[in-house]
Design a protein around this ligand. Sequence first.
Ligand SMILES: Cc1cc2nc3c(=O)[nH]c(=O)nc-3n(C[C@H](O)[C@H](O)[C@H](O)COP(=O)(O)OP(=O)(O)OC[C@H]3O[C@@H](n4cnc5c(N)ncnc54)[C@H](O)[C@@H]3O)c2cc1C
Length: 380
Amino acid sequence: MDRDILIIGGGPGGLSTALHLDRIAPHLTPRILILEKAQYPRLKLCAGGLTVDAEFLLQQLGLDVSEIPHVDADTIHFDFEAKGLNIRMRDQHALRVIRRDEFDHWLAIKTREAGIEIREGITVKNIVPKSNEVIVETDHETFHAQIVVGADGSNGVTRRCIFPDEPVYTARVLEVITPTRGGREGAFFDFFPVPENIAGYVWDFPTQIKGEAMRCWGIYDTNLLASETRPQLKEPLAQEMKRRGFELNDYEIKGHPIRWFSPGNRMSVPRVLLVGDTVGADPIFGEGISIALGYGSLAAREISESLRRGEFSFKGYRRRVLQSALGQTLIARWFITNIVYPLKWKWFQILLWRIMKPVVIVIAWLFVLNWGKRMRAPTP
Ligand SMILES: Cc1cc2nc3c(=O)[nH]c(=O)nc-3n(C[C@H](O)[C@H](O)[C@H](O)COP(=O)(O)OP(=O)(O)OC[C@H]3O[C@@H](n4cnc5c(N)ncnc54)[C@H](O)[C@@H]3O)c2cc1C
């Protein structure tokens, strides 16, 4: 065996798995190897919105994300056509926004400081689980591992190798960065494209690049209404930006899919388990950073128990995920997604975001937020 635990992908899912393993079972630390195809700080298309749950999970690992550049939004606006629900937290920001190149680089440094090896610039090409090992072929060499963690994101190779025929639920997402030009304060989600069969929203977040205040815009579409006639994805984004004085075509548009969670998604085969976007991010918003950190905690526990037992079927991993606070919020979010987007009529969206505010706040508080605090602390 080259290494007992091979983690494919050094994003939040992979790094969280390693950091949780280090906390739960420190004797395993030298037995972990992370393979990352890029070199830190590497580009990752993402708006970088960190929820309070993400910050809580990081704190449990002894990490303080305020060490890296960030912008705090005091209010999150959930709107339909610029009017709706405002969320503020008492004594705290509602959303912290980081840049993913900086965040993932920082998390990788923390992982290395814990004594965990990360090899950068290695692309995994193929994964072959056998009864006594997993063979991992890369563009450099072939590795043999006891356990493989697929943490290689929405387009990753691990899921394709272990579940070649599984259905794939992916959202399409576009992102644009602009200057601020004295614009709005806070983070905005506007669901005005839903009646046009785009099952998602346009966002506008504050951000910073190398210390300079910027805005991050984007559009998210779960693809739930893909069988209906829809405008091109960039059209609603261009409309919203125009309303705020920006011309979309003046800026670079980037796109990336997000694989989202569905309760039927498979999560493991013997000796290989999946974390982060390879299992699925939140379907309502495409929120995946806190979710990837949460999967890491569950995968670490599953791995440490399987090594203790010397049994690598990972039969219980799916149950572990679904019964956890993370699984419960994902199931709730999947359920809500399948209600709020197919009920796409303008009157319903107005009712939801402008009139039923107290109901939405209670549901969000109970089922969407605050799950991080219910996750088990990473202690041995
Ligand atoms: C446009 C956009 C905006 C988003 N905005 C937000 C947001 O505001 N807030 C939020 O919470 N989430 C957001 N998300 C979702 C979030 O980015 C993901 O859910 C999150 O990054 C998932 O983490 P992960 O570790 O599973 O995967 P990733 O972050 O994708 O990490 C996977 C890692 O694996 C590496 N890798 C891939 N293939 C291989 C290979 N073959 N060999 C070796 N290494 C490999 C990659 O280089 C990468 O480092 C957004 C996503 C998009 C596309």
